[in-house]
Design a protein around this ligand. Structure first.
Ligand code: AMP
Ligand code: MG
Length: 492
């Protein structure tokens, strides 16, 4: 077939040591599960062709159209604090880059498409469950307004993959602004390849941060931009209760998008110590530790850039420290602005953050649902006779009542009228998040019964997280005791 895809893969024109060329892998019976036609159109790809047998063969990594030359990218990474000098795309291939209709270059990558030179002992495959989880979570994050990689397609392969049990194999098609990670820089730093670090930094500046190219100290400005984007990103994760689960340096994107959805999950009851990932035994990546881990990862990035800052090591270190010092204030500014919005405060007063933190502490003590408390708080902004929905989320509702007295004293000094305040709060506090028990139920239906209807419905509901959807109100509910899912798995 000779249909020309608008692929133009700049990464494949970087030096050979940045990637390995890979080829298609035979799979027996590819079947399209889901195609994101809207995203395809955004990318200038024909959804009809993607859904055709040739398109599905490509999405399954089975057979590439003429001219498509996939690559697997090289990277390293700190995994739970341990440095691994060679990871790389062990089960993924970049099939091409496109320039989307907004003029933004985006990567299209298959995940689960078979072994590569970076597979180590892995089989290069993905199971259906984690593919559906990544589809649901990444599209939900997008609808919530959080920078993220996107889901273009999910296919099953007809193969069986062996994990703890036998599972249907699947391939996920992911779209990212780019797939360069902190670990990509570490890969070259570990090899003392200063030239490659410069090439990579220049490439990323041109692709994502062109405005810093002309700065007096471009590499310093580059790090500043990456630090800012990560600080903002992690603040926004916290504001919606997202826990990434595996914030290894190879899972942190230089472009500032949420990437590599593994055992990630959204918190139900608010507790900063919440951990879901089965592999995170010591809570390194707990909800409340994400900002400090973010800074730890960025410090690893800064270390790789030292030679670009200055030939004089102490001067280079001083530069890195200054830039990294901006992470905390930047995170805090974004986080605090978000907390104010969540609580309906359009102006700033001293004591605001303590006020909101007071509510968060009560939520922890009362096992109150993070998402629902804030969603219902929007209605409570209309007045005390709208308090019941929120106060009933607390084991001891009078704890909320006492807090609400203080909150209303503060609201009385805030200029917004109650209706406008409620609307602003609803735009900051989603009704629908991908609750873990829902995601698990969808996966069970798909894997055990080949029933994708629940998956379709969940994706649909999550596409409008800030709207009331009375017909789907049950999707707002936290899990019943017996539905609670306390552990999530990578499934790798
Ligand atoms: P992840 O935990 O998905 O972020 O992956 C960490 C590293 O392990 C990356 O280098 C992956 O490419 C690699 N990896 C994960 N699962 C597999 C697999 N089934 N086969 C080969 N490589 C894998
Ligand atoms: Mg990864």
């Amino acid at each position: 077939m000779s249909l020309s895809l608008p692929f133009d893969t700049t990464y494949a024109r970087l030096p050979d040591r940045f990637f390995a060329r890979v080829s298609a892998n035979p799979v027996s019976a590819p079947r399209l599960i889901k195609l994101n036609a809207g995203l395809a159109a955004e990318l200038g790809l024909d959804p009809e062709w993607l859904a055709s047998p040739d398109g599905v063969d490509m999405l399954a990594g089975r057979r590439m159209p003429e001219g498509v030359e996939p690559i697997a990218q090289a990277y390293a990474g700190h995994q739970f604090g341990q440095f691994v000098p060679q990871l790389g795309d062990g089960r993924a291939m970049l099939i091409g880059e496109v320039v989307d209709r907004d003029g933004v270059r985006r990567d299209i990558q298959l995940k689960g498409s078979g072994p590569t030179p970076f597979s180590r002992r892995g089989d290069g495959r993905a199971a259906l469950g984690p593919v559906l989880r990544e589809y649901i979570l990444s599209e939900s994050m997008h609808a919530l307004g959080i920078p993220t990689t996107r889901a273009l397609a999910a296919v099953t392969t007809g193969e069986t993959v062996v994990r703890e049990t036998f599972l249907p194999g699947a391939v996920f098609t992911r779209v990212a602004s780019s797939h360069v990670r902190v670990g990509t820089f570490q890969y070259f730093a570990a090899r003392k390849d200063a030239e490659a670090i410069r090439v990579l930094a220049d490439y990323m500046i041109e692709r994502h941060y062109p405005e810093v190219a002309g700065a007096a100290e471009p590499y310093r400005s580059f790090l500043t931009q990456v630090v800012d984007r990560q600080a903002d990103l992690i603040a926004r994760w916290l504001l919606i209760g997202f826990i990434h689960g595996v914030m290894n340096t190879d899972n942190m994107s230089i472009a500032g998008e949420t990437i590599d959805y593994g055992p990630c999950a959204f918190m139900d009851a608010f507790d900063p110590a919440t951990v879901f990932s089965s592999i995170d035994q010591f809570g390194r990546y707990a909800y409340g530790r994400q900002p400090s881990i973010g800074l730890w990862n960025l410090t690893r990035l800064a270390e790789t850039l030292l030679p670009l800052f200055s030939d004089d090591e102490p001067a280079a270190i001083a530069t890195a420290q200054e830039v990294l010092g901006a992470f905390g204030p930047r995170f805090e500014a974004t986080f605090h602005r978000g907390l104010r919005r969540k609580a309906g405060l359009s102006t700033e007063e001293e004591g605001d953050i303590e006020l909101v933190r007071g509510l968060l502490d009560l939520m922890t003590a009362n096992q109150a649902d993070f998402t629902l408390v804030f969603r219902h708080l929007a209605d409570a902004a209309l007045g005390p006779d709208h308090d019941e929905a929120v106060r009933s989320r607390f084991i001891d509702p009078t704890a909320y009542d006492k807090w609400a007295v203080e909150w209303r004293q503060r609201l009385a000094r805030d200029p917004q009228d109650p209706e406008a305040r409620r609307d602003a709060m609803r735009a900051a506090n989603p009704a629908f998040i991908p609750r873990n028990h829902r995601v698990e139920a969808v996966i069970r239906a798909a894997v055990d019964r080949d029933d994708f209807q629940p998956f379709e419905e969940l994706v649909q509901v999550l596409s409008k997280p800030y709207q009331d959807q009375p017909d789907h109100a049950a999707y707002m509910d936290p899990p019943a005791l017996e539905e609670r899912v306390l552990r999530t798995f990578c499934g790798t």
